[in-house]
Design a protein around this ligand. Structure first.
Ligand SMILES: [Zn+2]
Ligand SMILES: [Zn+2]
Length: 780
């Protein structure tokens, strides 16, 4: 295929897909042609020895790309570094090169590799072993490592592959047994570091500080090499995560084929009405099934990413149904893929897709990592996967050098998806989302400091690494009798180590275990703060795409018992929520003609009580409302909020026509919903990680107020990020609402699936007016 033909390939596929769109519909909101990019290679660094280069050469790397060398040079020179480039840009080599060189130059040197998942760690270990340099003695040390092997790893392994959970529970508490390893520790590799966000990320940040403290005790000061997806300001995120200053390498010099990226918004349906009479769009899954079928007919090898397992299966089924009318042979070449496949099933699927035996696969996000599928003709992403990093990871499965490909993003009915299809630059330009962590959160800091003190007594000299709030948290721990203060520092007093009581993936407090009653199998855990809303009796609970129904929630024993069932309806809780301001950290007053807007960041107490739930059909129709008798729950966390003086809203004094006072509650409520939907564009969070409260008169502010708060005790950095990015965030919120063509509000703009108030009252036009007023005051 010639270069021009290759470039046109994606456009051609898109044309064929559009040919199947019913007359009168125009789902395409934007098409972008991303040109082919040639590779920029660089010479091997002079310090990389011949045998090391030869090993990479055997693995198929003739000469490295420039960004790999740039990152490796930083690391070799002793500067911690983060490499933040796209999928398949060879980030592994960037850390392998300096680590392997160090291990071959100095026969005593050791290194540590950390990955967020065991599967990724296993893949990376396999890749290192394939280089066939036995002197590296690379070995894994995780929950699956047999006890007999663990002694060998501690004594002899030189490159240990593990994860934060094992570092926390299995390495640092017994650092004395790792003395030789720590004494010679040269590098710490933190792979996929954008995965460490929110509460989990805050725990990992403190865990890395504990790691550095232990290494220093043995006389080592390791260099950190972090690998990240492309995010906003990776140097700052990496520095906050690792606790050491990190340089950033962000220019991707790997080759890439030409890609056509199409943004697609399913049309509103004429004859279906959803909650409160709102219009309904054709579902992203149904739209994706049809696009998948059209691409298969063209012979294009296509992967469709769908959010749930059931959705993936329905999408594959829908595509097969369309195809069976065209050619029954084609229908058999479409399959669904989900989590839980055995490794051999995964390999079989990879091979079938690579050979063209399979043409179309509908998959959950389970396929995102650790699967060897690339170079496809087309990828369809049904619904924003939560972060741009995930989006490009999925889209990156399409295209290879010299060949064009198509990426279609199909919006779901969600304000963030609406915003993205109408603002292509948010998808296609430099990412604006930042990986958010808050290592200063006292709810995270307290258990982490207890673990640190149990590892080695804390001295005043250690404290700066743990942040400004460390001293106050230590004083509390002493007052509670957890630690003892002596002249030399703070000491752990008990014989039992605290590590096993600290769940670094949870948010503090006892988790509620979700257990399948019949088998006794534990499916997962839920935060105590969200248990009443997500696993109340009768709730439909999704786990890895499989549907369960909750039989019983027992808060005292911390158990939710469920059984597998796939009812026609979904459930949504009804909640009464109150918010009280405990303290204000930052307060800015902005004058406007006719009044003022105040913006605050602070600490709040959110009191909520789940009072019932709705059962709802996929069409949006509500079956019934069922009352529940559950206790109140109070969450102390951080929030960002703004108040608007009433005169400014209702327009008195400014001469403009303002909101009718009766419209104010619905306008604020709609503005709150959409703002929650859009915050994940700026902070790597899920809309379920945050919450909001809006009121026409708040007792603590005395004004109409909109709060957006973190969903975790002490906060996870999301409210802080919202405060820092307030103007672009509210701007995007206003645009998302205004871009939706529905008349008076729908799930694509101001309705929220998690509204505790039945999405009432909501005033779409009023929300645009409120946001315009606030933005005018903030920017004048
Ligand atoms: Zn709408
Ligand atoms: Zn609401």
């Amino acid at each position: 295929m010639g270069a021009d033909a290759a470039v046109e390939r994606g456009g051609l596929l898109l044309k064929r897909v559009l040919a199947g769109v019913p007359a009168g519909e125009n789902p395409l909101t934007h098409v972008e042609e991303l040109p082919e990019r040639a590779a920029t290679v660089a010479a091997w660094p002079s310090w990389a020895d011949k045998p090391v280069r030869a090993a990479f050469g055997r693995g198929g790397v003739e000469s490295p790309w420039a960004h790999q060398v740039a990152a490796a040079e930083h690391a070799h020179a002793g500067r911690s570094v983060v490499i933040a480039t796209g999928t398949a840009s060879g980030k592994s080599l960037a850390y392998q090169l300096p680590v392997i060189s160090a291990l071959t130059d100095d026969p005593r040197a050791t290194s540590l590799y950390l990955s967020p998942t065991k599967a990724l760690g296993a893949d990376q270990l396999r890749a290192v072993r394939a280089l066939d340099l036995p002197e590296l003695r690379a070995a894994s040390y995780d929950g699956d490592t047999p006890m007999a092997e663990r002694d060998w790893v501690r004594a002899y392994a030189r490159w240990v592959f593990t994860n934060p959970d094992m570092l926390h529970r299995g390495v640092l508490p017994t650092h004395g047994r790792w003395a030789t390893f720590f004494r010679n520790l040269r590098y710490v590799v933190v792979d996929e570091c954008h995965a460490y966000r929110g509460v989990f990320g805050s725990h990992v940040a403190l865990l890395l500080r504990r790691l550095r403290r232990v290494a220093r005790k043995y006389g080592a000061d390791p260099v950190f090499v972090l690998a990240s997806a492309t995010v906003s300001d990776p140097a700052a995120s990496a520095t906050r995560l690792s606790g050491v200053d990190c340089a950033a390498v962000t220019e991707d010099c790997s080759p890439r084929g030409a890609r056509t990226v199409a943004l697609w918004e399913p049309p509103l349906l004429d004859d279906v009405a959803g909650e409160n009479g709102a219009p309904v769009r054709r579902s992203a899954g149904a739209e994706t099934a049809r696009i998948l079928a059209d691409l298969v007919i063209e012979g294009a090898r296509t992967l469709a990413f769908v959010r749930s397992r059931r959705g993936a299966e329905l999408t594959a089924l829908g595509a097969r149904r369309v195809l069976s009318e065209v050619d029954s042979g084609l229908a058999d070449r479409v399959a669904a893929y989900r989590a839980g496949f055995l490794p051999e099933e995964r390999r079989a699927l990879e091979n079938a897709l690579a050979s063209g035996e399979l043409l179309g696969v509908a998959s959950t996000n389970a396929l995102e990592l650790g699967v060897d599928i690339a170079g496809l003709d087309a990828v369809v992403v049904a619904g924003y996967p939560g972060t741009l990093a995930s989006f490009w990871q999925q889209a990156g499965r399409a295209g290879r050098a010299g060949d064009g490909s198509l990426v279609v993003f199909v919006a779901r009915d969600d304000p963030l998806d609406t915003y993205l299809v109408h603002h292509p630059s948010a998808v296609l330009d430099k990412p604006i989302e930042a990986t958010v962590t808050d290592p200063g959160n006292p709810y995270v800091l307290a258990p982490q400091l207890a673990c640190a003190a149990a590892e080695l007594p804390l001295t005043p000299a250690c404290l700066p690494a743990f942040g400004d709030g460390a001293r106050a948290v230590l004083d509390d721990l002493v007052a509670e009798g957890v630690l003892r203060k002596r002249p030399a520092g703070w000491y752990w007093t008990s014989h039992q180590r605290p590590h096993f009581d600290v769940d670094i993936r949870g948010s503090g407090g006892d988790q509620i275990a979700v257990v399948e009653a019949d088998s006794g199998r534990m499916l997962g855990t839920v935060n105590p703060g969200s248990a009443c809303a997500t696993v109340h009796s009768g709730a439909v609970y999704l786990h890895q795409g499989t549907s369960y129904v909750v039989d019983e929630l027992d808060l005292d024993s911390g158990l939710a018992l469920v059984h597998a069932e796939n009812p026609d309806w979904s459930t949504s809780p009804r909640e009464v929520v109150d918010i009280a301001v405990l303290g204000t950290i930052d307060r800015q007053v902005h004058q406007a003609r006719g009044g003022e807007v105040t913006v605050c960041l602070g600490e709040v107490a959110v009191t909520s009580q789940v009072v019932g739930y709705l059962r709802r059909l996929p069409s949006g129709e509500v079956l019934d409302q069922i009352p529940l008798d559950l206790p109140e729950h109070t969450l102390r966390t951080r929030a960002v909020w703004y108040t608007v003086s009433e005169n400014l809203l209702t327009g008195m004094g400014s001469g403009q026509a303002g909101l009718h006072p009766a419209a104010v509650p619905g306008a604020l409520h709609a503005a709150e919903h959409a703002a929650i939907g859009l915050l994940p564009l700026f902070a790597t969070c899920d809309r379920w990680d945050i919450g909001g409260v809006s009121t026409a008169l708040h007792p603590d502010t005395g004004r109409p107020t909109v709060f957006v708060h973190d969903g975790h005790p002490g906060g996870a950095g999301f409210a802080d990020r919202g405060h820092a990015a307030l103007v672009p965030w509210l701007n995007a919120t206003r645009r998302a609402i205004a871009a939706c063509e529905c008349p008076a509000g729908c799930p694509s703009c101001v309705q929220s699936p998690k509204c505790g108030n039945g999405n009432e009252p909501l005033d779409k036009a009023g929300a645009v007016a409120v946001l315009s007023t606030v933005l005018a005051a903030l920017t004048n």
